[in-house]
Structures are given as C-alpha cells and as structure tokens.
Design a protein around this ligand. Sequence first.
Ligand code: FVH
Length: 293
Amino acid sequence: MAHETVEKTPVTLLGLGAMGAALARAWLAAGHPLTVWNRTPARAAGISAEGATVANSAAEAVAANTLVVVCLLDDASVEEVLAGADLAGRDLVNLTTGTPAQARARADWARERGARYLDGGIMAVPPMIGVPDAGGYVFYSGSGELFERHQATLGVPAGTTYVGRDAGFAALHDVALLSAMYGMFAGAAHAFALIRREDIDPASLAPLLADWLVAMAPTVHQTADQLRSGDYTKGVASNLAMQVAGTPTFLRTAAEQGVSPELLSPYFELMRRRLAEGSGEEDLTGVIDLLVR
Ligand code: FVH
C-alpha cells in the first residue's frame, strides 16, 4: 500500500539563543526543513549537525522560506536583524518578548514592507519546548488568516493560543500572566522569609505552599465574574472589611519574625484605600480599579 507523504512546511528561524535553539530542535525533530541564522555563527554549529541549513546572513535566511520565525533578545534586535532583509511576501512570526505597543508598531512596520505578521508570547521555558505534555504554549495575535495557515507548524514546538487580530494582544496576555506569576513569587518569598530563622524545613513548607496557592487560584474566576457584572459583592466569601482588619496580624508577624513587609505592604495599602471609599462589603476586586489610572 502506498503511503501518502505529507510535505512539512519549511521554516526560517532567526535567533539561536536558548529559546531559538529549542524551537529549532523541535522543528527538525518533526521533519520540517529548517534554515537558521544567528549573529554568533558558532551557536548554529550544533543545529547544523542536526540537519538545519545555516544561512550566511539574516537576509539570505529570510529569502529561503515564506514562513520566517524570529526569536531574538528584544525588539531592538529584531529591527537590527531584519533591517537588510526583503520581507515582501513573507509570513513573519515574531516570538521575541516585547510590549504590546512594540508588537503593534512591529506589525505596521512589517506590513509596510509587504509582510504578513503574527506576534507571539511564549509561555514556556526552553526545556518545555517540543515536549507535548510539558504544558508550554504560545499566545499568538495579529493576522488570523496567517495563524490558521501555519497553526500546525507553529504547534510543533508548543501549544498555540490565538488571542485576537490586535497584534499587541499576545504580548499583553504574556505580560499579564507573567505579572501574576511575579505576584505569586513575591508572596512565596515572604512566606519563606517568615520561617527562615525557625527550625522549620523549607522543604516541608513547600508542598503546603504549593497546595494552598493551587487552592486559591480559582478565585480569579470570581474576580472576572465580578469585573464583568460590576457587582463586587457578588459571591463574597471574605469581605474587604474583614480582610483589612486582619492585616495588622500579618504586619506584626513579619515584625516578630524580623521580616521586611515591603512585598506585602503595597497591596495592604490598596486594600485600606478601597475600604476607606466605603467598600467594606466588597471582595478584593475594587483594588483593581485603584490600579487603573
Ligand atoms: N529563555 C526563556 O526562558 C524565555 C522564555 C519565554 C520567552 N523568552 C523570550 O524569548 C526570546 C529569546 O530568548 P532566549 O532565551 O533565546 O535568549 P538568549 O539565549 O539570550 O538569546 C538571545 C538571542 O538574540 C540574539 N541577539 C541579541 N541581540 C542581538 C542583536 N543586536 N543582533 C542580532 N542578534 C541578537 C542572540 O544572538 P547571539 O548573542 O547568539 O549572537 C541570541 O540568538 C527573548 O525575547 C526572551 O524574552 C525566553
């Protein structure tokens, strides 16, 4: 019986840093013809040995294939690397981390040069790339048609989540999730600091902390529901008045343990401000409105 051979979309990849190299290996492992370029040529040697074609310049790499993926340090390096390339007719996918405004400007910039544009925000670290069960994925935004055309190829290194035609939305979702992550890191840092000088094994606190954070995480759905309805008292389990009344205990405990309250205090201050506006029956959701200027 004859087997149908499915042609894999050829990919050009600019940038072979930690993330770029992981992306390259995933496409090569899946059988995609791959052309690569990196500013420091030595970084391409391993990828070349694994089957990639190494271009002599970024312009040569861009000329090799319609689908051009860029994964560089920052937006300035994207500008620098693509400056001499002919982008007309190219499908440019930019996986470089940047701000929403940078992504929108880069989309306009690409369109002016005759390219279609998709921006991406990578929600993964390099070891998660090419590992389907690792949970990594990439936010995409910009041309919906481009996303549909290349979804299968883009889905090889990690999952794909398209968040809209606005080219800035992938970066916005990326930064929103990572900002929440840093808030979580800050809370965990404070928790570990509290036990730092005690005879408590951090390894015994860690699973308790992880389970508690997981148990609390679904509260974001209630927050979203309250933001949509505008009713911040809907389904409140622990109202703001009660929570503000509890904050001195947290601050006194920090003082007793010799721990700086600098990570917690700004949030407590916002809670107090919202309470002072007469919102004691609400959830913590009103804090969000204090942040939005
Ligand atoms: N690594 C990670 O954990 C994160 C996960 C989430 C997404 N980020 C973003 O991915 C972009 C690339 O990150 P990376 O990990 O590959 O970064 P590096 O290993 O530092 O490699 C940087 C590459 O960029 C090249 N490069 C830098 N400046 C220039 C320039 N002016 N002209 C040309 N190329 C430039 C660099 O080349 P070289 O130093 O090897 O010559 C690397 O190829 C990034 O946006 C993360 O935020 C990764």
